[in-house]
Design a protein around this ligand. Structure first.
Ligand SMILES: C[S@@+](CC[C@H](N)C(=O)[O-])C[C@H]1O[C@@H](n2cnc3c(N)ncnc32)[C@H](O)[C@@H]1O
Ligand code: SF4
Ligand code: SF4
Length: 369
């Protein structure tokens, strides 16, 4: 069995204090956000880790999606990933989990949800991840960024959901939601974090993608697109009532490809748009990164191959057996018929060895396209 190296040999910890020299969390400010050279180093380590995984079967959780909670301050029309009564990660246990991830060589974490900012421990989580020298990102609706602005100091990239102009975004996400999201995006930009808009293409907002691109241009950021699938929690990718009509959706993806070719700030790579264009027809990715270099950890500690895996499947639990043992047992799918989340699709094509995606990872988010 492949043994993971110790902390001293773990690339993500190259900048860390020696073992035993525990620093208070506050001191992480000295470590700060990734700069150019950190991204270059990150890209190199990612490439190295992916080659080890693909060629030698030495898998490691290099990129981890952490869902501290499935609670949320919104109730969006197409989202089933929210449960107001669901358990949240216990803060101290989650901090230990982040330490264990660092031990295993995790290079980047993305805080997701639910809405990650509703978790009371979120500031401590991002700070702890930064302390380990990880690249830290967050998927958010943006509403709580004003109240929890300190979080931004430790986040390299914010992915903020915007689904259309005011009347459309608010129809799907609640009155006043667009204003809050834009305010959050501006705060993130002013703090120096990288920002990307993420638009989920559903029935109610499909025709408004150009307006979302306009927001992106005005802010000098990029926009990612993905289809609204049926049910994330059950892993059901078939369209539901809220989903867009498949033919109309494909026309939008084709137009996004044209716009990207003309220099518009569409962040999905062309090959990812080509992949996403197939929705809802089954379309496996060439190589699945899930459980190999990427994993997701849910609020109760269940470890899944990726954020899109149905939560109805049995999963090893990091709070019961520890992160390393959970990673040894995690599912490594070989038969996933669909992969429609913009982020998991990009991770899978990166895992295949796409050089443009790797260059992008090594360049960092920045403000611009
Ligand atoms: C589950 S949310 C969690 C982060 C945060 N609360 C937010 O809204 O960005 C992450 C992304 O999933 C998207 N999403 C929610 N339901 C979806 C569905 N049924 N199909 C595809 N994407 C969905 C959201 O639009 C959002 O961009
Ligand atoms: S999409 Fe995000 S903001 Fe909307 S309900 Fe789901 S988790 Fe909450
Ligand atoms: S959804 Fe994509 S990344 Fe996730 S397990 Fe399936 S193929 Fe892999």
């Amino acid at each position: 069995m492949y043994r993971l190296p110790l902390v001293s040999a773990t690339p993500a910890l190259a900048l860390q204090p020696a073992a035993g020299e525990v620093q208070p969390e506050r001191e992480t400010e000295a470590l700060g956000r990734f700069r150019k050279r950190d991204y270059v180093r990150y890209g190199a380590k990612l490439a190295q880790g992916m080659i080890s995984s693909r060629v030698f079967g030495q898998h490691r959780p290099l990129m981890v999606n952490i869902e501290p909670t499935h609670r949320c301050n919104l109730d969006c029309v197409y989202c089933d990933k929210v449960d107001p009564r669901s358990p949240q990660m216990e803060t101290e246990a989650a901090l230990r989990m982040i330490d264990e991830l660092a031990e295993l060589g995790t290079l980047s974490v993305c805080f997701d949800g639910g809405e990650p900012l509703v978790h009371p421990g979120i500031l401590r989580f991002v700070r702890r991840a930064k302390r380990h020298g990880m690249r830290v990102s967050m998927s958010t609706n943006g509403h709580l960024l004003k109240r929890k602005a300190e979080v931004l100091k430790y986040v390299d990239k914010i992915k903020i959901s915007i689904d259309g102009p005011r009347h459309v975004h608010d129809a799907g996400r609640g009155a006043g939601a667009l204003e809050q999201a834009l305010q959050g995006a501006r705060l993130a930009l002013d703090s120096g974090a990288g920002v990307a808009i993420r638009m989920t293409l559903a029935r109610h907002n499909l025709e408004h993608y150009r307006e979302v691109l306009e927001f992106a241009k005005e802010m000098g950021v990029v926009a990612l697109f993905q289809p609204a699938v049926g049910n994330i929690m059950n892993g059901a990718d078939a369209p539901a009532e809220h989903s867009a009509d498949a033919d109309a959706y494909r026309r939008v993806i084709d137009d996004l490809k044209r716009l990207k070719a003309c220099g518009e700030p569409v962040a999905n790579e062309m090959l990812c748009l080509d992949h996403l264009r197939n929705w809802p027809e089954p379309k496996p990715v060439p190589f699945c990164s899930g459980g190999r270099v990427e994993v997701a950890i849910g609020p109760d500690g269940g470890m899944f191959p990726c954020g899109r895996t149905g939560r109805n499947l049995a999963a090893p639990n990091v709070f019961e057996v520890g992160v390393a043992a959970a990673f040894e047992k995690v599912l490594r799918p070989t038969d996933c018929a669909n992969c429609w989340c913009t982020l998991t699709v990009a991770a899978c094509y990166l895992y295949r060895g796409d050089i443009r995606l790797l260059t992008k990872a090594a360049r960092g988010p920045g403000r611009s396209r």
